[in-house]
Write a protein that binds this ligand. Sequence first.
Ligand SMILES: C[S@@+](CC[C@H](N)C(=O)[O-])C[C@H]1O[C@@H](n2cnc3c(N)ncnc32)[C@H](O)[C@@H]1O
Length: 174
Amino acid sequence: MYLPSDDTFLLAESVKCYKGKSALEIGVGSGTILKVLHENYKIVVGTDLDIGSLLYCKENLSNDLILACCDASSTFRYRFDLIVFNPPYLPVDDNEKKDSAIHGGPCGMETTLHFINSAISLLDAGGKMLIVTSSLSYSTKLDELILQNKLKSREIREAKLFFETLTVFEISFK
Ligand SMILES: C[S@@+](CC[C@H](N)C(=O)[O-])C[C@H]1O[C@@H](n2cnc3c(N)ncnc32)[C@H](O)[C@@H]1O
């Protein structure tokens, strides 16, 4: 299970500024972000591929969270006001060495793009997506995906660490 780190706390701080009816987190890990969402949203849904993370959330968080073990948001056919994720973003060349809690593919960005593609059809027309990116992954493909899908993005928070810069982007429909 991914333990909360700088990226988790940066997203948690960002999420605190949003309120609404329904929220989805893709890749819940230990549930730090779910807890914050639960304070401001009536319906809170979380997914992860890692069953251990989901069992940990089930034991330690509120009973009224909806948790699903699935790839990205593939189980759901519902519109959310807010969709958030702190995806695995470290680049890895060797697929056999890939740890899906931290590695996002050869550019580091592949899992992020997969999460966005999975989530677009679940985002309410006026909804927002919050995503964490790192200077350690290559962002060109993210810019392309935003353009192709007529989305817009704005930077809402940044943390400069000694080995990387983390940024939270808010993505929404134009
Ligand atoms: C960097 S961790 C973030 C965990 C937590 N949200 C946090 O901020 O501490 C990424 C999480 O995404 C999950 N994950 C990776 N690939 C996934 C996929 N295809 N579908 C759902 N979850 C996935 C991992 O198991 C891991 O829990």
